[in-house]
Design a protein around this ligand. Structure first.
Ligand SMILES: [Zn+2]
Ligand SMILES: [Zn+2]
Length: 115
């Protein structure tokens, strides 16, 4: 039977660790070592379920690309295409110039500008 968190009443999920399987509360983080009988009720839910949150991330990624500027002055190192989205990310100290990233419009390959 699936176990419920004794602290907040939420459903607990099995998490595999190096020394065995634990039941972890998804809401408050309460953790308890699982016995084999605890895990019986979980057997059917083995497949990966895509949560609403993951879907949102995918949509956001597409939305973000749509708003990005496109350059024709680069060549994709993977497929040789000449159009790529680009954006800047401040990866190091603030007084250094930001790194420019490219994403190929054809194959989706992402690479960073080499100085
Ligand atoms: Zn809890
Ligand atoms: Zn490409």
């Amino acid at each position: 039977m699936p176990r419920f968190c004794p602290k907040c009443g939420s459903l607990m999920k099995p998490v595999k660790k190096s020394d065995g399987v634990y039941l972890v509360c998804m809401r408050c983080g309460y953790t308890v070592k699982a016995s084999s009988s605890d895990l019986k009720g979980y057997r059917i839910s083995r497949r990966i379920v895509h949560t609403e949150k993951e879907k949102t991330i995918v949509i956001t990624e597409e939305e973000r690309l749509r708003g990005l500027p496109v350059t024709r002055e680069v060549t994709c190192p993977k497929c040789g295409f000449h159009e790529a989205y680009y954006w800047m990310i401040q990866t190091r100290a603030a007084d250094e110039p930001p790194t420019r990233f490219y994403k190929c419009k054809r194959c989706g390959y992402v690479w960073r500008e080499y100085e």
